[in-house]
Design a protein around this ligand. Structure first.
Ligand SMILES: C[C@@](CO)(OP(=O)(O)O)[C@H](O)COP(=O)(O)OP(=O)(O)OC[C@H]1O[C@@H](n2ccc(N)nc2=O)[C@H](O)[C@@H]1O
Ligand SMILES: Nc1ncnc2c1ncn2[C@@H]1O[C@H](COP(=O)(O)OP(=O)(O)O)[C@@H](O)[C@H]1O
Length: 294
């Protein structure tokens, strides 16, 4: 770790933004069981923070308000990602996103670790197959900009989206991704229609209202509190759309302005103090997520 005796040791800071599936259509299933998706994703200014410094061995320390639920051992996706570089590093992860919650916290941490290790070592990023092996959501988190994602998550098309003021809410129920996919009965749903150029956030939200998250119903069946989250979000002043992200249980509400989203989150935090919540405009977080050297 950096100290006064090693003033020139680089330290890398990397941000891991939450991923939000604005729409998620399940369109089929591969022979290996993985589901084919057609999803529109955007990224939140809320996320986890990593630091990386040179070290003889690869070690991870987890802290932060959501750190207790996250393993510090080799099963942590940060260590799996960093190990692909074949050198030691001292990594810290400040966990702010709830784990196993449909906003790709682990996947975004893994992607941030890849960006950070590349900056620390000067090595290129691992190839696409190695990145996908870390998790279906990792490729989209590597360059956290709005994108249409197809295949199991590896087929990415950038999409221009207006910033979407949002509130994220998690009722503190973990919903494991495999069990939600398993509970899905209809697996050949229609894909997203062509994504138009949106004049503004209102036009985008109007279009999104006609789309779906096909995992929402099976997730609600396993964790009925998700239906309550969606109803509470929809009833907040200014909420134009409430939907679940990924396999849940985190839901998002979209609002007409940042001020409305902030006021809504303040009200929600007061009425439901046991729920995790955050606000911020969904969109392009690539700049904020870039590795910076100290
Ligand atoms: C559902 C989504 C939507 O973006 O998000 P989250 O809820 O995880 O945030 C992702 O597809 C999750 O991606 P990720 O969490 O990286 O999944 P992985 O670790 O690769 O897979 C975990 C398990 O989920 C199931 N799985 C995952 C992705 C996929 N396209 N089809 C699947 O059936 C498989 O049972 C797999 O064993
Ligand atoms: N860095 C990490 N952050 C969160 N969870 C992690 C991490 N590494 C491994 N995991 C494990 O991955 C599982 C899925 O977590 P996560 O990626 O946050 O889910 P989701 O993609 O549904 O938001 C959890 O059960 C957790 O134990």
């Amino acid at each position: 770790m950096q100290n006064r005796c090693t003033p020139n040791m680089p330290r890398i800071d990397v941000f891991a933004p939450a991923k939000v599936n604005l729409a998620l259509h399940v369109t089929g299933q591969r022979a290996d069981g993985y589901h084919l998706l057609d999803s529109l994703v955007a990224f939140s200014p809320v996320g986890d923070a990593l630091t990386l410094a040179p070290a003889d061995a690869l070690v991870l320390k987890v802290s932060g308000p959501e750190g207790a639920a996250v393993p510090e051992g080799p099963e942590n996706l940060v260590l799996k990602a960093a190990a692909l570089f074949g050198v030691g590093a001292a990594v810290t992860l400040e966990k702010c996103l709830p784990a196993a919650s449909g906003i790709g916290g682990g996947s975004s941490d893994a992607a941030a670790a890849l960006r950070g290790m590349a900056a620390l070592t000067g090595q290129p990023l691992p190839d696409a197959a190695a990145v996908l092996k870390l998790g279906a959501d990792v490729p989209m988190c590597l360059d956290p900009r709005p994108a249409r994602t197809r295949g199991i998550g590896e087929d990415l098309t950038p999409v221009a989206l207006p910033p979407l003021p949002a509130v994220l809410v998690n009722p503190r129920v973990e919903v494991p991704t495999p069990s939600v996919f398993k509970a899905l009965t209809v697996k050949d749903n229609p894909p997203l229609p062509e994504i138009p150029a949106f004049a503004d956030a209102g036009a985008c939200i109007g279009w999104l209202a006609d789309q779906r998250n096909d995992l929402q119903a099976p997730a609600v069946a396993q964790a009925p509190v998700i239906a309550e989250v969606l109803a509470v979000l929809a009833a907040l002043p200014g909420c134009k759309l409430a939907r679940m992200s990924g396999s849940g249980a985190t839901c998002f509400g979209l609002f007409g302005s940042e001020a409305e989203a902030e006021a809504a989150q303040t009200a929600l935090a007061a009425s439901h103090p046991g729920w995790w919540s955050a606000h911020g405009s969904l969109g392009d977080q690539a700049q904020k997520a870039a590795a910076t050297v100290r």
